[in-house]
Design a protein around this ligand. Structure first.
Ligand code: PLP
Ligand code: COI
Length: 340
């Protein structure tokens, strides 16, 4: 294995030694198999390829100062993957199989877990898709569940530095009564065009507005949005936002710090009233936002001192990372220690 420059890793695919797989057939999941191939042999008529019967998850494992490896809130990811499966009529992966898969893949790839203090972590990517052949539009009878992992650095190259994002109203990632609240591939396909345009225009990501009226803040690209106003943490409530496990954790962290939490519709105009804003998610962790440009209204919202994250965002970022790396008491029992 070539030596890895842990501190310079981007958020991207990194080949490791093993992944794990299981196939659902005749109404039951098969044994978990270890593979060293990066490829899957897929039927040409698999529903995952044709009709988007596909969902994925993302979580991270961290090496602490004490050398222990902690995976953050995996039960929540397992539950969300079941909701995704239910939403697009796929076979559900039960906790036991999910747990075996993620712990096996981490243990098998131990040498790829970034050392403590490098800012990097091991990203774990479960994937579930319809692998049986159908040509009519109907759910597959067969499913494949794969989990791979790899070391990653910050999602946005800025790391924990304020980024500029673009508010869009001329594209939606999902329909008002669609699949935005589950983690299915189609939502991400729909986000590629506006995200790519935003990048071309100088922004790291898009901030979607609600798909019905385009008046409210929705998803922040591959992350949830939050704003801080005085002593209150505010995050949009919408049926098209993916329930972020990071956001849920931050809500608890701010409550523990004595702040208030509001989860409610957030009108676009309210952007001018926040002290701090940010995006949060497993990949993004907390990404402070310094600028939001409303592309349709040609209006710029700016936050804080350029290049510097706000004080509350900084505090909650360090608290979350501290818990994940075992330096701050895990009083809500969010970490699972993988014995390696
Ligand atoms: N929103 C979207 C669209 C995402 O893809 C993600 C990433 O999983 C999130 C939000 C953040 O969710 P979590 O904090 O559970 O990773
Ligand atoms: C995550 O935060 O885990 C994500 O899935 C975001 C993105 C890479 C799709």
């Amino acid at each position: 294995m070539e030596s890895i420059d842990w501190g310079k890793l981007p958020f991207g695919y990194y080949k490791t030694d093993f992944n794990v797989r299981s196939v659902y057939k005749d109404g039951a999941w098969g044994e978990l198999e270890v593979s060293s191939s990066e490829y899957i042999n897929v039927h040409i008529a698999a529903t995952g390829l044709h009709y988007g019967q596909e969902a994925f998850e993302g979580m991270k494992a961290f090496r602490g100062k004490d050398g222990k490896v902690r995976v953050f809130r995996w039960e929540e990811n397992a539950m969300r993957m079941r909701r995704s499966a239910e939403g697009i009529m796929m076979a559900e992966v039960q906790d036991e199989l999910f747990f075996d898969a993620i712990t096996s893949v981490v243990k098998l790839n131990e040498k790829y877990i970034p050392p403590y203090g490098t800012g990097a972590s091991l990203y774990i990517r479960p994937l579930l898709f319809g692998s049986g052949a159908e040509v009519g539009v109907k759910p597959s009878k067969e499913y494949t569940f794969v989990v791979f992992c790899g070391p990653v650095g910050p999602y946005f190259k800025e790391g924990f530095k304020p980024v500029a994002i673009q508010l869009v109203s001329d594209y939606d990632r999902t329909a008002p009564q669609g699949t935005g609240n589950i983690k299915v591939g189609g939502n991400y396909a729909a986000s590629l065009r506006p995200a790519s345009r935003a990048k071309d225009e100088g922004y790291v990501s898009v901030l979607f507005t609600d798909a019905k009226e385009h008046k409210f803040i929705d998803e922040a690209g591959p992350a949830n949005f939050f704003g801080i106003k005085g002593n209150t943490y505010i995050t949009p409530k919408s049926k098209t936002i993916l329930p972020s496990i990071t956001n849920m954790s931050l809500e608890q962290i701010v409550r523990d710090l004595g702040m208030e939490v509001e989860r409610r519709p957030v009108a676009v105009e309210e952007l001018s009233t926040f002290d701090e804003v940010g995006a949060c998610g497993t990949a993004a962790i907390i990404s402070p936002i310094g600028k939001i440009f409303d592309r349709t209204q040609n209006k710029l919202y700016e936050y804080g001192t350029p290049g510097v994250a706000g004080p509350i965002s900084t505090k909650i970022y360090h608290t979350l990372r501290g818990i994940q790396e075992g330096e701050i008491e895990d009083k809500h029992g969010w970490n699972y220690i993988i014995e390696i």
